[in-house]
Every structure is written in C-alpha cells, then in structure tokens.
Design a protein around this ligand. Structure first.
Ligand code: FES
Ligand code: FES
Length: 238
C-alpha cells in the first residue's frame, strides 16, 4: 500500500464551479447555512454539513512523508513542514499534524482575525475561506489545507481597504462586542458569492451556521442585503 493510501481519509471543500453552483441553486432554493458551510477534515462536521456538498468534497492532497516518529507512511506525531498559501502569500511552518488551521493562523502566524470560541464546529467564529468556500478553521487540520487558497478576514479585501461586506456591517451597525463579526463577515461574503440575490427569508436559513451571542442578526441580514446591492451597483458601473 502506498503512503498516500495509508493516510486517514479526510475531506476539504472543493473549489466551486460556476456552472455547478447554478444548477445547485435551482434545485436547492432553501439552501441552509448548515449545508453551505463546510467544516473540512472532521467526519462529524462533514456529516452535519449535509448532503448538498457531498458530491463536491475531495480527499486531502497527498503530501510528502517527512519528519515525525511514526515510521514510513505515517505523518507525525512530531513536527512536519507545512506550506500554506494564505491571503496570496506562501507561509512555511513546522507544526505537528494535529494542529488545526485556526491554531496555525492564530498561534503561529499572528493572524488573529478568526476567533476561537466553541472550537467544535458550532459557532462559526473561526470561519475562513478555502478555495472560495466558507470553512470552520477550528475543525480543519492545517496539514489538510496545504495546496489550497486560504483567505482570512485580514486578506478578504486585497486592496487593504474595507471589503463591501465589512463596509455593510459597519454601515448597518451589525456588531456589538464584535467577537463573532469576522466569522460572520467571511461567511456572508462567501454566501453572497454563491447567492448574489439574497432574500431576508433565505438568509434566515443560510446563516444558521454562525452564532451571535449579542443578537445582532437583524443588522447582519440588513448588511448582507446592502452588500448585495453595493456589489451590483459596482458591477453596473464597471
Ligand atoms: S470556533 Fe470554530 S465553529 Fe466555533
Ligand atoms: S456581536 Fe457579540 S457575539 Fe456577535
């Protein structure tokens, strides 16, 4: 058996294809946020993500067997070199394979926008994008994100200014303590890519994977509708 075959089977969200997204939209008008978000790398999270994404998950990319003490075909448990592409830049780390993407971001790269709240795929405070998809970084192993395009709240707007979704949150007073806000902004931005014509009712269901203890849901829904409008206007001018 090859070393790749011996690695545990894990899943990460695949890159969305425009044509596929269109057909899915037609057949799933009530797409829920639980279905929309994908916690990669943990089977229980994959199960809660629902059947909608079942045909779009892929196995983690094979990687060279380096470091660790487990012998041939086993990665870790010691540190191994991992290269992550985050906000367009390659970051090289030596981390144990058990390190989550969230911990790699926060503890090794000083990217603290994604928050650790529940640490178990429930609240969405840790949401980042992997290949354009919203993902819980607390239940994604960093090693499984190798070779993927990772975007954090720090890199959501490549120009360095405010992303339209962040601006809309600001304009609609869609935060109080702000702890859930980066995760919500990332989730909402990914959702808008998927659904450029959001409705209040659709948002009700679709944002169910992110929780706000301060109860700013009204503002958040207004923000997404505003951001959709802003994005359309921008598109019309361009
Ligand atoms: S910290 Fe990841 S879902 Fe709550
Ligand atoms: S603004 Fe406080 S948890 Fe959402």
């Amino acid at each position: 058996m090859s070393s790749n075959e011996e690695r545990p089977r894990t899943e990460v969200a695949d890159k969305p294809k425009k044509s596929r997204a269109k057909s899915e939209k037609k057949s799933t008008p009530d797409l829920s946020r639980r279905q929309f978000i994908k916690g990669a790398g943990i089977a229980s999270v994959a199960a809660s993500a629902g059947a909608l994404l079942a045909d779009r998950v892929v196995e983690a990319l094979p990687r060279p067997q380096t470091g660790g003490t487990g012998g041939a075909g086993v990665v870790g448990p010691g540190e191994v070199p991992v290269t992550l592409k985050i906000n367009g830049k390659l970051q090289r780390l030596n981390i144990e394979p058990r390190v989550t993407l969230l911990d790699a971001l926060r503890n090794h790269l000083d990217l603290t926008g994604a928050k650790k709240v529940c640490d178990r795929a429930t609240c969405g405070a840790c949401t980042v994008h992997i290949d354009g998809r919203a993902v819980y970084s607390c239940t994604t192993l960093a090693i499984d994100a190798e070779g993927r395009d990772i975007t954090t709240i720090e890199g959501l707007e490549p120009s360095g200014g405010l992303h339209p979704m962040s601006q809309a949150f600001w304009d609609n007073d869609a935060q109080q303590c702000g702890f859930c806000t980066p995760g919500f902004v990332m989730a909402c931005a990914a959702y808008l890519e998927h659904e450029p014509n959001p409705t209040r009712e659709g948002l009700e269901k679709s944002l169910g994977g992110n929780l706000c203890r301060c109860g700013t849901y009204m503002g958040i829904k207004d923000a997404v509708l505003d951001a959709a409008m802003m994005t359309k206007k921008k598109g019309a001018v361009a």
